[in-house]
Design a protein around this ligand. Sequence first.
Ligand SMILES: *Cc1c(COP(=O)(O)O)cnc(C)c1O
Length: 511
Amino acid sequence: MSHSQDIAHSKDYVFSTETTPQTFTGNQGLFMEEPLIFEQDTPGLTGVDWPDVEVQDIYLAGLRRQSIDLPGLSEPQVVRHYTRLSQKNYSIDAGLYPLGSCTMKHNPRLNEKVARMFSDIHPLQPISTVQGALAVIHQLSNWLMALTGMRAVAMTPAAGAHGELCGLMAIKAALKARGEGHRSLVLVPESAHGTNPATAAACGFSVQSIPANDRGRVDVAALKKALNPDVAAIMLTNPNTCGLFETDIIEIAKAVHEAGAFFYCDGANFNAIVGKVRPGDLGIDCMHINLHKTFSTPHGGGGPGAGPVVLSKDLAPFTPLPYVVMTDKGFDLKEQAGNNDLSIGRLKGFHGQMGMFTRALSYMMSHGKDGLKQVAEDAVLNANYVLACLKNDLTASFEGPCMHEALFDDSFLKGTEVTTLDFAKAMIDEGFHPMTMYFPLVVSGALLIEPTECESKETLDQFIGTLKYLATQAKQGNKKLFHEAPRCTPRKRMDETKAARQPILKWTRKL
Ligand SMILES: *Cc1c(COP(=O)(O)O)cnc(C)c1O
């Protein structure tokens, strides 16, 4: 308890006394002040009875530890601590998660049930004992190739960004194989996700930015001007991060190929077109798919993820190892490259993210082909509903309908002294997780909303009503509402720069 009071009164945390009641415990209703588990230590207390073990010092070469410095707690203390910690996480199971570009969709519980069926196998088990698991990977590969109209798929990349790395490595290898290893430039539209230029740079390419036009699409004339014999690839996102379909994509593919370069597509936004358009038909050579976005497997906090990469006929020979093959005797894993193989080799230990694969396949099979098409249609419908309802309250950045996410900028806040950040903090007081803010960079103070297909009209109406209310409050000059926000959370505005620059990752005992 004394500890809770320390936190409540420490200078690092800004409590607004006007809106936050000071309590004896430091708790506020069911928001508990939770000290670190090490700070709840009662030395010697334990939730389990261990038998006494006779330690033979002779085997320990004098390295015997006096203590491993674990805190002493009873079982209920441990259970409550971790349960409360888990409840501090905001999640899609708790409410709407409108983060644009992230596709935070519901993970049907059926997926979890099916994934549990594979939870007790080990990647080093003999192949003959894991035929079912290999069948899942094989079948998922087939679905991914069918949905994208592509020739091969690399299943092992562990995230979208890892998939980008895989794709650019395959492109680099393909260029080298045809004697054009000198091509050193990758073109990236300015609305791209930061991982695109970062991946190109990590692969040793230089990056040239391509401007957007006033319709939020790639400026095709500028792109054509940038194409030259030094260009290795373009990395284009479609639908792009402004939530718009790249309407000139076929012309772009043609120009890129005529210049001898490859077309990498960032497929993180595949949710908007799955079942409707096959990227292979658009002239794309290579695309990652975020299973943890489009195919509903859970994500957040940096993982887990799975970013399979589909590859065209020209890039298929460079597919990384290992991959599943079907033989007369059942499924097998191709783990070693032969002498003449062009594979770029291994990208990851073992065979990929089995749990994510299983959830994704379960999601696909339970929806079926028609259901997946409806996913895209409903996601686009929901985003356009948000856009249409809010376009007179917030400022829509571009004319016309959107795909899966609605982009607004901060023009509606002009002269109010309320920023996009203030606006987002006020949403938290209303019980909504903010949308993606300040991304994409091509518009000022961006607010990017992706409702996904999972949200009901009732939820969207409440969300829309909240944003309308807040926009009106800002325009009426109620600055206090925003500058003091969030008022209802146990912590107020954090020093986010300090947290990022000087993170304290280790607890040290105060002596
Ligand atoms: C999410 C995302 C990525 C990166 O995917 P990760 O799985 O987070 O590595 C890349 N591009 C776009 C457009 C994205 O939305």
